[in-house]
Design a binder for this molecule. Structure first.
Ligand SMILES: Cc1ncc(COP(=O)(O)O)c(C=O)c1O
Length: 456
């Protein structure tokens, strides 16, 4: 038995994997990763794989990057963890200052947590409590959130309440708080029955009217700006975010942007909202914040929101919320080192060429009969496979077509992770042009191979 097989045996015996049907897992020869370098992952038997999804959308500069390794090691020699409850720590302070420097205008305070879901939980609770502690009786009636259809904001219950992907969320229905759903600007399957580029953004008008109608009972709008990642890399038409932000401002509704997936360069700018000159009232970030090294997230707010929580001790206006590892020094040291690399390596500037290449290369996928739509925003791309291009009929779930494609890619040395019938490409931002070509070529070949499988 080789090393991978030995590990797999114990994995199957002890581990319950996330988002995984464990029955099928028992028959799969999944790679067991033991190390990484640059954009590559290596399994226990030395096989090398290109990390085509940035280790679930978080890796930025590659694996085992000396500057980040050194920063974490240096911090480790000082202290691995101490609490933010009653104390503070130097790396968290340094990072908070840097985050505010690069954050959209108006965001002034940083609340740390450990995962994207937790940054969303904090955001929802802050918005809700803010409405209770500012603006009088009228504001206290604001208790709902508006979120997009097919939204994904994480897996904790508040985040699930704001989400609406039936496959992930439906079963928990009775546990969740009520939210108001707004149409997603999903141009391939337009909720208003229009076709891409031939509309007046009727979806935005609908969203706006939902905000106007509910402004007195809504604590906030929460949305992923520009791209709904987990929904299948649904890219929003330009101007949609700005339109929602304007409607929020005009109607006194807080705007919470979830940049857990889109933040830290993934869309070609540091934050996706920068493309449309939008500054939210609350911003959620995670994943790429540490360069994808360690668990850390942050919820950033305006001074105005923060001030609503100030008062005498006995007023009980504080934000009674926090986690044991909040502001963990190792994670904060990694994040600070990652942010320095953005400047030093001119990451964002160098992305332009890669994004342009990806844009051209993705068009080639339309040559494959089962490709219904390709969507891209910066370094986030999704290729949707359909049974019938004309009717857009999806492949049935039991076909596991996306999964078959990624197994083909794996044989060719590339790690991908599908979202149902959508093949996602989301490499580390540091990927070279040569590696990017390999990623695209392998994705193409792997879909072709499966198209062939479907016909036979
Ligand atoms: C937009 C968005 N929000 C929140 C989350 C949840 O983040 P985490 O998995 O770190 O809890 C994700 C994860 O993919 C995400 O894409």
């Amino acid at each position: 038995m080789n090393k991978s097989a030995q590990y797999r045996k114990k994995d199957r015996k002890y581990i319950w994997h996330p988002f995984t049907q464990m029955k099928g897992w028992m028959d799969e020869d999944f790679p067991v990763i033991v190390r990484g370098s640059g954009c590559y992952l290596y399994d226990a038997d030395g096989r090398k794989y290109l990390d085509g999804v940035s280790s679930l959308w978080c890796n930025v500069h590659g694996h085992c990057v000396k500057a980040i390794d050194d920063a974490v090691m240096a911090q480790l020699r000082k202290i691995a963890h101490s609490t933010m409850l009653g104390l503070s720590n130097a790396p968290a302070i340094g990072l908070a200052e840097k985050l505010i420097e690069i954050a959209p205008a108006g965001l002034k305070k940083v609340f740390f947590s450990d995962s994207g879901s937790e940054s969303v939980e904090a955001a929802l609770k802050i918005a809700y409590q803010y409405c209770r502690q500012s603006g009088g009786a009228k504001s206290r009636r604001k208790q709902y959130f508006i979120s997009l259809k097919d939204a994904y904001h994480g897996d904790t219950l508040g985040a699930v309440s704001a989400g609406s992907i039936p496959l992930f969320h439906k079963v928990y229905g009775k546990l969740l708080f009520k939210t108001i759903s707004a149409p997603s600007p999903h141009c391939y399957r337009c909720p208003c029955g229009k076709s891409r580029g031939k509309c007046s953004m009727e979806c935005l008008e609908k969203f706006r009217s939902i905000i106007v109608k509910n402004k007195d009972r809504v604590a906030g709008v929460i949305m992923e700006p520009l791209v709904q990642g987990a929904a299948g890399i649904i890219t929003h038409p330009s101007g949609f975010l700005k339109g929602v932000a304007d409607a929020c401002r005009e109607n006194g509704v807080l705007l919470i942007l979830d940049e857990v997936a889109t933040g830290f360069g993934r869309t070609g700018r540091m934050f996706a909202c920068g493309h449309e000159g939008v500054s939210p009232d609350i911003l959620c970030v995670a994943k790429g914040i540490t360069g994808g090294y360690l668990p850390l997230s942050a919820t950033l707010t305006t001074e105005k929101i923060y001030k609503a929580f100030l008062g005498e001790y006995e007023d009980c206006r504080a934000f009674y919320h926090g986690h044991t590892f909040t502001g963990n020094p190792l994670a904060c040291a990694a994040a600070t080192a990652s942010l320095k690399l953005f400047g030093k390596n001119k990451i964002l500037r160098d992305l332009d060429g890669k994004i342009a290449y990806l844009k051209g290369a993705l068009q080639e996928f339309y040559k494959i009969g089962i490709v219904g739509d390709v969507r891209q925003c910066g370094m986030m791309a999704g290729i949707e496979l359909v049974r019938d291009r004309r009717t857009k009929e999806p492949f049935p779930m039991k076909d596991r077509l996306g999964h078959k494609v990624i197994l083909e890619a794996r044989k060719r040395g590339v790690i991908l992770r599908p979202l149902g019938n959508v093949i996602v490409l989301m490499p580390p931002l540091s990927i070279s042009m040569k590696e990017l070509r390999v990623l695209v070529d392998v994705a193409f070949e792997s879909i072709m191979k499966c198209q062939y499988c479907q016909k036979t």
